[in-house]
Design a protein around this ligand. Structure first.
Ligand code: LLP
Length: 414
């Protein structure tokens, strides 16, 4: 999404140095044409309904863009549900997942007449039935199953093994059936699963398709009118520049091999795949120092802006804007937070830098801004969307005053 012309760095047709004149770092930049291209390719290849996993990037401008491209929204909290509705997603294109839905959350989802609430436990099924009863409605539901599949991805983002907290154990199908028969205010029409994020192994996708087909058939055989089979998100993204990309056509071939003449619609709910590669984080160097022979570039972005490297040891490619110096130095890029884990990259060779220069952290369109915090009482980054030669600030940076003012000192301490 970045291109270089006459010694200047551009996102689409906008030079980053133009944005810097009015916006203070750090900030995220997203490319509309890149998101559009990725979405169109995914939709065309898989040829199923796509629900954008809002948790990966929940800015309303991004949700609206996805909706305009034809995506629905997969939400996991009332906050995400409200964002999707405010961004104009049609309620019938919203599915509500998540393992901790309260009665209030369920009531809001039912009131908004969304496509499906995906149930993740037996007690949630009873709760949804009760709330629907109180609203005097019979509502459509889906069930998220735990198919006991190892996503062969990082443990921290693996969700489909038997002992993980997500979904309902497929060995409990009889109990689900019994409770469903006693629940007069719900109508089961969907089955779903999600076994993890950042999946590359095609055999994992093949196993998901195979097991979920069997599960859907069990419900069909019991007389349920299953109309939707949601195969989750998890499509992997190449964060290393020399890493191979996921081959969507092979996934499509597996789908076609598995699902022949089935009576339900297939769907996916990807997040990362749609936005990761369409975003960068722009940050400034605030200090350059050498400790014990190690050269540090300390940036104004840190684990409070992008937590993935500190939390998952995730890899992000890094580039510098100023490449004028021909001397290369091995730098460790670190944030300003008082934690040793606040490091973006160790020992990478870059042209010699000066304080004030800009650094780009790539492929940060997914799980970047949404996971930012104000740890160390630092501000939240802004977000900018670029289309051709134009840019728009789609989220103002939240300065420290705005959240410091939310503190309240009790009278007894004054
Ligand atoms: N559906 C469900 C039910 C999910 O839990 C998730 C992600 C998705 C879909 C979308 O998965 P994706 O297509 O984005 O892989 N913060 C982590 C990723 C956590 C993913 C959580 N669930 C990271 O930065 O890598």
């Amino acid at each position: 999404m970045i291109n270089y012309k006459n010694n200047r760095t551009f996102v689409e047709g906008v030079p980053l140095d133009d944005i810097i004149k009015t916006q203070s770092t750090p900030f995220y930049v997203y490319s509309q044409s890149k998101i559009t291209k990725i979405f169109d390719e995914l939709k065309k290849t898989l040829d199923t309904e796509i629900f954008f996993a809002v948790k990966s990037n929940s800015n309303q401008a991004i949700i609206k863009l996805m909706a305009s491209l034809g995506a629905g929204a997969d939400v996991v909290s009332v906050g995400e549900l409200e964002r999707a509705i405010m961004a104009g997603v049609q309620p019938q294109k919203i599915i509500f997942e998540g393992i901790g839905k309260t009665k209030q959350d369920i009531a809001l989802a039912i009131k908004n007449n969304i496509r499906l609430i995906n149930i993740e436990s037996i007690d949630e099924l009873e709760r949804v039935n009760e709330v629907a009863f109180h609203q005097n409605k019979k509502i459509n539901i889906g069930i998220r199953l735990n198919p006991n599949i190892d996503g062969q991805t990082l443990d921290k983002i693996s969700t489909g093994k038997k002992t993980d907290k997500f979904g309902i154990d497929t060995e409990k199908l009889d109990v689900i059936n019994k409770v469903l028969k006693e629940s007069n205010n719900v109508n089961l029409i969907g089955i779903s699963c999600h076994v993890g994020s950042q999946i590359f192994n095609i055999s994992v996708f093949a196993e998901i398709f195979h097991k979920m087909k069997i599960n859907a058939q069990i419900f069909l055989d019991k007389g349920y009118d299953i109309k939707h089979l949601d195969l989750g998100g998890g499509l992997g993204v190449n964060y290393h520049q020399d890493q191979e990309t996921l081959n969507l056509q092979i996934i499509k071939n597996e789908i076609d091999k598995c699902y022949i003449d089935v009576p339900y619609q297939l769907s996916f709910e990807p997040g990362r795949y749609l936005v990761a590669k369409a975003g960068i984080l722009v940050t400034s160097i605030i200090t350059i120092k050498n400790n014990g022979g190690k050269n540090y570039l300390i940036t104004d972005a840190g684990m409070h802006t992008l937590i993935r490297p500190a939390l998952y040891q995730a890899h992000h490619e890094i580039d510098v804007i100023n490449k004028n110096n021909t001397q290369n130095i091995n730098y460790t890029i670190a944030g300003p937070i008082c934690e040793s884990s606040d490091i973006f990259r160790e020992d990478i060779s870059l042209p010699k830098q000066e304080v004030g220069n800009l650094i780009i952290i790539k492929d940060t369109g997914a799980y970047g801004k949404v996971m930012a915090s104000n740890y160390n009482s630092r501000g939240f980054p802004g977000e900018i969307l670029i289309r051709d030669n134009n840019y728009c600030v789609i989220h103002k940076p939240l300065n420290t005053k705005e959240f410091i003012n939310q503190d309240h000192i009790p009278e007894w301490l004054t």
